[in-house]
Ligand binder design. Structure first.
Ligand SMILES: [Ca+2]
Ligand SMILES: [Ca+2]
Ligand SMILES: [Ca+2]
Length: 92
């Protein structure tokens, strides 16, 4: 049984294309996407801190909190803060 279709093999430019636009929640801690990870993000991160006993309490989990969950384990704790420090800059 032939699993592939040969319909487009002679006309590669006519092959169907799938374009996926992925917008990440933020760029390495840059919650407001201004290109800087500065005091604005530090304040936001502090508002999101849950401690290590997650999971995050949903009412406290603001839209942007996922931005600071660097290890993607559902909480914002010291491990996430440690990673935040590696990208933090107060030059903003
Ligand atoms: Ca920022
Ligand atoms: Ca954790
Ligand atoms: Ca985490």
């Amino acid at each position: 049984m032939e699993a592939r279709s040969s319909e487009y093999e002679d006309a590669p430019s006519q092959r169907p294309r799938l374009t996926v636009d992925y917008v990440p929640p933020c760029d390495r801690g840059d919650g407001n996407r201004d290109g800087l990870v500065d005091l604005a993000e530090l304040a936001a991160l502090i508002a999101c801190i849950t401690g290590p006993l997650g999971p995050i309490d949903p009412p406290r989990y603001l839209d942007y909190c996922g931005c600071f969950d660097a290890d993607a384990d559902g909480d914002i704790d010291i491990a996430d803060f440690a990673m935040f420090q590696t990208v933090f800059s107060d030059e903003g």
